[in-house]
Design a protein around this ligand. Structure first.
Ligand SMILES: *Cc1c(COP(=O)(O)O)cnc(C)c1O
Length: 349
């Protein structure tokens, strides 16, 4: 009999930690359409014999044309509401998908939205910037301060005007936002079970690190077998740190919320660093050809900044046989389509 006691204690502990996980994971404001579709790309798989190619459509999350930030915002906006805030402040580039989805989420939640945008106000608005404006966001153009340096200034002026602002960091990438992609891995896991199709490799665009951090924690929590490979989009450091260090930091912050005790290290973060050399937002023939390939073969549109580059990276790895023949590969489409209209001249040829 005595030998059963440790077993009982162990079971009890696991249950407690699962209950806590579920409580945190279930506490979000519903903003998107989930699960997003998971589909086999039949024509593309035919073009690359030996590879089964799938796509996960997070460009269809629903929030003002969708994208990956919707999953993060479900947790971030809920936290703002829990703290009785009445306004949101966040930052990004003028063509930020994150800012556009934040503007839409804030509107849905009945919150004011302040967007802190690099550069100067253009004469005419286009793409995401135009959409953010239409979604009712207050736009603050901050010139050379392109990474949200002016957020404290704008927060102070909001408070002076009697507002209670909630600050969402660049890209929504922190331990709260990352929960969205922990849950996304559970969603994928359920879909793969139904399809009865394991996935060997997952490729996606990684930039401020929240998506990547959430996916890796979700993989650990739900025992997903796939290898998760982020294609680095921006060669610049964030907060003076490299992208993989930022991802690890977000993972370490997020795992505390989830009662995950295991240690993670930089070696577990698989980032492809060769594809961002042209610089953030610089459209080259590589991205243009990738956009045209998926559009012409499958009728699916990628974006010029993130997914065009990440998809190019994935196809390049396949063509150069960096991943073994016979593998199944998933491209996780993270959205970004509206930025297309900021590259009309280059995409018209
Ligand atoms: C923000 C964004 C990414 C990168 O996600 P992070 O969590 O910032 O790494 C990828 N694709 C698109 C379309 C995005 O808008």
């Amino acid at each position: 009999m005595i030998s059963f006691i440790p077993l009982i204690v162990l079971t009890f502990e696991i249950e407690i930690s699962n209950v806590n996980n579920y409580r945190i994971m279930d506490h979000f404001m519903k903003l998107g359409f989930f699960p997003t579709p998971l589909e086999r790309l039949n024509n593309l798989s035919d073009q690359f014999p030996g590879y089964q190619i799938y796509i996960k459509r997070d460009d269809q999350t629903g929030l003002a044309t969708g994208g990956n930030k919707t999953r993060k915002l479900e947790y971030l906006i809920q936290t703002a509401l829990d703290q009785s805030c009445d306004s949101i402040i966040t930052a990004g580039a003028q063509q930020s998908n994150h800012c556009r989805q934040t503007a839409a989420a804030a509107a849905r939640a009945g919150l004011k939205c302040h967007l802190v945008l690099g550069g100067h106000q253009p004469k005419e608005f286009t793409g995401n910037l135009l959409m953010s404006k239409l979604l009712g966001a207050h736009l603050h153009f901050t010139g050379e301060n392109r990474k949200g340096e002016d957020i404290p200034l704008i927060a102070a002026s909001c408070k002076k005007n009697g507002q209670r602002p909630y600050i969402i960091p660049y890209g929504g990438s922190n331990s709260i936002g990352a929960l969205g992609y922990v849950r996304a891995i559970k969603e994928l896991q359920d879909q793969l079970k139904e399809l009865q199709q394991p996935i060997d490799y997952i490729y996606f665009a990684s930039s401020s690190g929240g998506t990547h951090a959430g996916m890796l924690l979700g993989k650990a929590l739900y025992q997903l077998d796939s290898e998760i490979i982020g294609v680095c989009i921006d060669k610049d450091e964030i907060n003076g740190l490299s992208l993989n260090q930022n991802i690890l930091n977000i993972m370490n912050d997020t795992k505390k919320r989830l009662n995950i005790t295991r240690d993670f290290c930089l070696d577990e973060i698989h980032l492809l660093l060769d594809y961002e050399k042209a610089g953030y937002g610089v459209l080259t023939n590589n991205e243009i050809n990738a956009i045209k390939l998926l559009a012409e073969k499958e009728g699916i549109l990628l974006d010029p900044v993130y997914t065009g580059r990440a998809f190019y990276g994935m196809i390049d790895q396949i063509i150069n046989q960096k991943i073994r023949s016979g593998s199944s590969v998933l491209f996780w489409h993270t959205g970004g389509f509206p930025a297309t209209f900021n590259y009309i001249a280059q995409l018209s040829n």
